[in-house]
Design a protein around this ligand. Structure first.
Ligand code: ATP
Length: 239
C-alpha cells in the first residue's frame, strides 16, 4: 500500500519579489500530525515560504500540495477553507475588534460558544477579556489570541511565523505548550522560530534554509555539529 500523502508537500518551489529570486527550487514536506521547524539565518526566505504556502505570494515555479491535493492556484481564503491557518509574524489579529469577535471570525465549522470555550480552556486569561478590543491586550495576550484562533478554526495545517518574538520566557512557555497540544491532537505544524532551542524541542523534523536553498532536512538529532555551527551558530537561545 502507498504511504499517505503528507499534510504539506512543497515541490521545486521558486519565488521572489520583483527582480529578486528569494526561494530557489525548495522542496520539503510536513507529515500528518508532525511539527517541522523551518530554521535559517535572517533573510533566508522563511517568511516568504510561508507566504507562498498560504497563497499571499504567487510562486514562479513549483507546486504546493495540501494532503495530496494541489493548491497552487487556490486563493488564500480557499486554502483556509481547506484547513490551512497562517499565523503571521506580528500577531495577525484584528486590533479594533474584541477578543470575542477575533475568536469567532475564524470559526468555519464550530459554533461560536464552542470556539470561545475551547480558547478559554487553553488561555483562561482571554476569558476575562472577551469584550475588550484585542489591541488593548498585552503583547503576550495578543499572541495567545493569535495562536488560539488557529485551534478554534480546527485547521489541519498551521503555519506559525516567529510566534515568540518580543515575548517574556513564561509566555513563550505557554505558547509552545499550546502548540504541543494541537500537534498531539493531530494538527500539522510548520514553525518558523527565532529561538532555535525552543524550535528543536518542539519539532519532529527540521528544515534549514539558507539564501533560499534547503541545506538540511531531517530529524533534530541528525543535525551534525558543524552544520549547526555553520548555519545556526549565531541563533538566539531562550532558556
Ligand atoms: P527574517 O528572519 O529576517 O524574517 P526570513 O528568512 O523570514 O528572514 P524573508 O523575510 O522571507 O526571510 O526575506 C527573504 C528576502 O526577501 C530578504 O532579502 C528580504 O529583504 C526580501 N523581501 C522580503 N519581503 C520582501 C518584499 N515584500 N519585497 C521585496 N523583498 C522582500
Amino acid at each position: 500500500m502507498n504511504a499517505p500523502a503528507p499534510m504539506l508537500e512543497i515541490r521545486g518551489l521558486t519565488a521572489g519579489y520583483g527582480d529578486a529570486t528569494v526561494l530557489h527550487d525548495v522542496s520539503l514536506s510536513v507529515p500528518h500530525g508532525h511539527a517541522v521547524a523551518l530554521l535559517g539565518p535572517n533573510g533566508a526566505g522563511k517568511t516568504t515560504l510561508l507566504r507562498v504556502v498560504s497563497g499571499l505570494l504567487a510562486q514562479r515555479q513549483g507546486e504546493v500540495l495540501l494532503d495530496g491535493e494541489r493548491i497552487t492556484a487556490a486563493k488564500p481564503y480557499q486554502r483556509a477553507r481547506r484547513g490551512l491557518c497562517h499565523i503571521p509574524e506580528g500577531h495577525g489579529i484584528y486590533p479594533s475588534l474584541t477578543v470575542r469577535e477575533n475568536l469567532v471570525l475564524h470559526t468555519w465549522r464550530k459554533d461560536e460558544r464552542t470556539a470561545i470555550a475551547r480558547a478559554v480552556e487553553h488561555f483562561p486569561v482571554l476569558g476575562q477579556k472577551l469584550g475588550r478590543r484585542a489591541g488593548e491586550l498585552s503583547g503576550g495576550q495578543q499572541q495567545m489570541l493569535a495562536v488560539v484562533r488557529g485551534y478554534v478554526a480546527d485547521p489541519r495545517l498551521v503555519l506559525v511565523d516567529e510566534v515568540s518574538m518580543g515575548l517574556a520566557p513564561n509566555v513563550v512557555d505557554q505558547i509552545f505548550e499550546f502548540l504541543n497540544v494541537i500537534v498531539r491532537a493531530g494538527t500539522s505544524l510548520l514553525l518558523v522560530e527565532q529561538y532555535v532551542n525552543r524550535a528543536l524541542e518542539a519539532a519532529d523534523g527540521v528544515v534549514i534554509l539558507t539564501k533560499g536553498t534547503v541545506v538540511f532536512d531531517g530529524a533534530p538529532s541528525a543535525i551534525a555539529d558543524d552544520v549547526f555551527e555553520h548555519y545556526l551558530g549565531s541563533a538566539t537561545v531562550l532558556r
